[in-house]
Design a protein. Structure first.
Length: 768
């Protein structure tokens, strides 16, 4: 009998049961999906790095490493593997403005690759192992001939294999390119024997004949568990000079992968938790109200001799079933969401790996089980409360608690209020929990909408800042690492461009990029903290916003460039906004004033990329439009994520408000019947119901707007602190957030109000 009653009750409250299942599914799905995303990145990237023997450290020397240097480094206790490396960007003959990252390992023991097709790598074979994504994008097949150009030297060979590499998991030409573009850039591995002559001739010229077997290796990749400071000290003692040592955390690929995982953790700890919380709290309120409405049936069962334990088990099973069904569907939805995010159209466009699997963090399962147990407990406590007292007590219909007269009722204003306003005010105070949950649902919906739309506005504003405020050039020309300044300066003059000299070093205790600029053609601009333009002074350095917490204007700080024994005392002149990296910026005049040596790295010019002439000292060039295209690709991923959150927020708002609206209707069924009996028309009763929803929505919007802005601020600070963004919310964001929330509230209220036509006045007024 109880089983039959279970289905009849479920049918009676079908809309509420369905809405609760949807809420739990949505809350669990978003929570599980977003947390599975960052955990999958952690696990899959970690496995890929392990398979490809990703280097823990990279050591750089402008003069290159000798065979004696590498033997000394290998002899350091704690160094497991080490190899000299040549990593340069080369152009591809016969393909306009296409480049490859040429990677040459002396010993194939670190920074290896996974061959996806073709021959396995061997240092004794003459040929190339090419990025499979680049080959696919450019129609290159196994056995095809490639000719690579480096400083007017040619390197020819057949494609022996297609591969993926941890070193190029995020395959970008440099830090200016945000997203991979396999049409224009990929990577290629070549054996040392093949690259030796061309690199020797290109780098050393006639000096190469002094040692025909010498190959120029400016980098050493190391696998070691040593701390960075310890390794730096050991290398300095072994080699006899201070060298630039970077950990994997400072390498673009690892840093970006780690950043994506951390951003996922942040996202998983904010918005998905909000989804889950709204769903759970709304279900708690709904379960309590359903149990209250079943009070007479509970009393009848008790009067018929059913034990309290059996009645509690029966009604608790509703909550358990809803929790289990919602949790299972939510887990499946979360898996599908994570699979989509990690798929070829989302993260697959950013990371280039062999396998993508979905991994759930262990706490997700505890959270899902906890949700089911918590909802079951709520169902149990709700029915337990109704079983207090005798069967006669339980048989009495549920009556809303009496409330004290409102303070406003003692004023003259009360008499001027309409009947609908008085009735709604009293109803809100009588059913505080339901009113609070409606308000909470509206606020949550606003937070999600403002946060989602605002993130889109903020990113669009950031890209506009880069494109139209900071970068005022058409093409960026990059020089080879050991370019002579005279030659580079003549190129800057030829193309009427501004130039940059990049290096790295210590600023106080911080590792920073040291940027020396000569800006005389307005091709590069600098922004201050307020977003206005800043003209660089020749009397000091400018620090990025992230460093301004530790150093203030007027401070004198020691600057120690890597690869040099000399240090320089510099004065902090101001704070400017950094686009990408943590850096210290100065003018050419100030660098020469303090005696800081520099080597030009790039020139920014208005000359179009097709008009740039190839030269041995130019490693390549990038059109600003191509760089911005990579940002646009990143924006596509962000827009998709924002769209998913907006859809989820709207669905959540609809379900929460509709569910609470139905509960409000059921609780006020007899009151609404009374209104119909005394002559109120359906239309007027509907307006009363809708007006209460509108009131709560107005309050929710007023609270939700600043709460959404605050949430967006937290997300931007935690997700994109390296870009030093300002949050931006356009007028359309405010309008769309408010309008969508009101539309959802009004439509839901309209659907609930239409139920007035089905009220049976005689039946509802019979019971007392």
């Amino acid at each position: 009998m109880l089983i039959r009653k279970l289905f009849r009750t479920a049918k009676k409250y079908f809309a509420q049961f369905l809405s609760m299942i949807i809420m739990v599914t949505l809350g669990v799905g978003v929570f599980v999906g977003f947390n599975a995303e960052w955990k999958s990145i952690e696990v899959d990237v970690g496995e890929f790095f392990e398979q490809t023997k990703y280097a823990d450290f990279r050591v750089y020397s402008e003069k290159g490493f000798t065979s004696g240097d590498i033997e000394k480094i290998k002899g350091i206790e704690g160094v497991d593997e080490a190899s000299r490396v040549l990593s340069v960007n080369v152009s591809v003959d016969g393909q306009d403005n296409k480049r490859l990252g040429l990677f040459v390992l002396e010993d194939y023991v670190v920074s290896t690759m996974i061959v996806t097709s073709g021959e396995e790598y061997s240092p004794d074979k003459d040929g190339f192992w090419l990025s499979d994504r680049y080959a696919e994008a450019n129609g290159i097949k196994l056995g095809d001939e490639l000719t690579l150009s480096f400083r007017n030297q040619k390197l020819r060979g057949k494609v022996l294999g297609l591969a993926k590499s941890g070193e190029f998991m995020i395959c970008v030409a440099d830090e200016n390119q945000l997203m991979p573009d396999y049409n224009s850039f990929g990577f290629v591995y070549a054996p040392p024997s093949m690259a030796q002559k061309v690199v020797r001739d290109a780098v050393l010229g006639a000096l190469a004949f002094l040692n025909p077997n010498f190959t120029f290796y400016p980098q050493v990749n190391i696998i070691s568990s040593l701390e960075k400071e310890k390794l730096e000290s050991e290398i300095r003692n072994a080699v006899g000079k201070t060298l630039l040592v970077t950990s994997k955390e400072e390498h673009l690929v690892y840093a970006e992968a780690n950043g994506e995982a951390n951003e996922g953790k942040t996202m998983g700890a904010v918005l998905p938790v909000l989804f889950l919380l709204i769903g759970i709290l709304t279900m708690v309120t709904t379960m309590h109200r359903i149990t209250a409405n079943e009070k007479v049936q509970i009393g009848t069962l008790k009067a018929l001799g059913f034990k309290n334990s059996k009645i509690m088990l029966h009604y608790t099973s509703y909550a358990l079933t809803i929790g289990l069904v919602g949790a299972v569907l939510g887990t499946l939805a979360g898996y599908g969401l994570a699979k989509f995010i990690m798929g070829p159209f989302m993260m697959g466009t950013y990371f280039d790996m062999v396998n993508w699997g979905i991994t759930f963090p262990p706490f997700v399962w505890f959270a899902v089980v906890g949700v089911v147990l918590f909802l079951t407990l709520i169902g149990f406590l709700s029915v337990k409360n109704m079983l207090k007292g005798t069967a006669a007590d339980a048989l009495r219909p549920y009556a809303p608690k009496k409330v004290k007269p409102l303070a406003i009722e003692k004023t003259r204003l009360w008499d001027k209020l309409s009947f609908a306003t008085k009735w709604n005010l009293r109803d809100i105070m009588r059913h505080k929990s339901r009113s609070f949950m409606t308000l909470f649902g509206v606020v949550g919906c606003m937070i999600l909408l403002v946060g989602s739309f605002g993130m889109n506005d903020t990113m669009n504003g950031f890209l506009d800042m880069i494109d139209n405020k900071v970068n005022n050039y058409a093409t960026k020309i990059n020089f080879v690492e050991d370019v002579k300044n005279d030659l580079a300066l003549s190129t800057a003059e030829e193309y009427a461009g501004d130039w940059l000299a990049e290096s790295s070093g210590k600023f106080g205790e911080e590792t920073v990029a040291i940027d020396v600029y000569d800006v005389s053609h307005d091709k590069i601009r600098f922004l201050n903290e307020g977003g206005g333009y800043e003209k660089l002074s020749d009397d000091g350095v400018y620090i990025c916003i992230r460093l301004s917490d530790k150093y203030k204007v007027g401070d004198k700080v020691m600057l120690a460039p890597y690869g040099m024994e000399e240090t320089f005392e510099v004065e902090v002149k101001g704070v400017i906004r950094s686009v990408m990296t943590e850096n210290v910026t100065m003018t050419r005049a100030y660098a020469e004033k303090i005696g800081l040596p520099y080597t030009l790295s790039s020139v920014f010019t208005d000359v179009q990329s097709q008009d740039i002439k190839s030269a041995s000292h130019i490693s390549g060039w990038q059109a600003k439009s191509v760089i911005m295209d990579s940002y646009d690709e990143f924006m596509k991923i962000l827009v998709t994520m924002v769209f998913l959150l907006i859809v989820a927020a709207v669905i959540l708002g609809v379900v929460v408000l509709y569910n609470l609206g139905l509960m409000s209707y059921i609780e006020r069924y007899r009151e609404l019947s009374t209104l119909k009996v005394v002559g109120f028309k359906d239309r007027r009763i509907g307006k009363i119901l809708i007006s209460q929803n509108v009131w709560l929505t107005v309050v929710g919007v007023i609270i939700g707007l600043p709460a959404g802005i605050g949430t967006l601020k937290i997300l931007v600070d935690m997700l994109a602190s390296e870009y030093e963004m300002n949050i931006i919310l356009g007028p359309l964001t405010y309008v769309m957030s408010v309008v969508l929330t009101f539309v959802v509230s009004f439509v839901v209220g309209l659907f609930v109000a239409r139920k007035n036509k089905k009220i049976n006045m005689v039946e509802s007024l019979k019971a007392e």
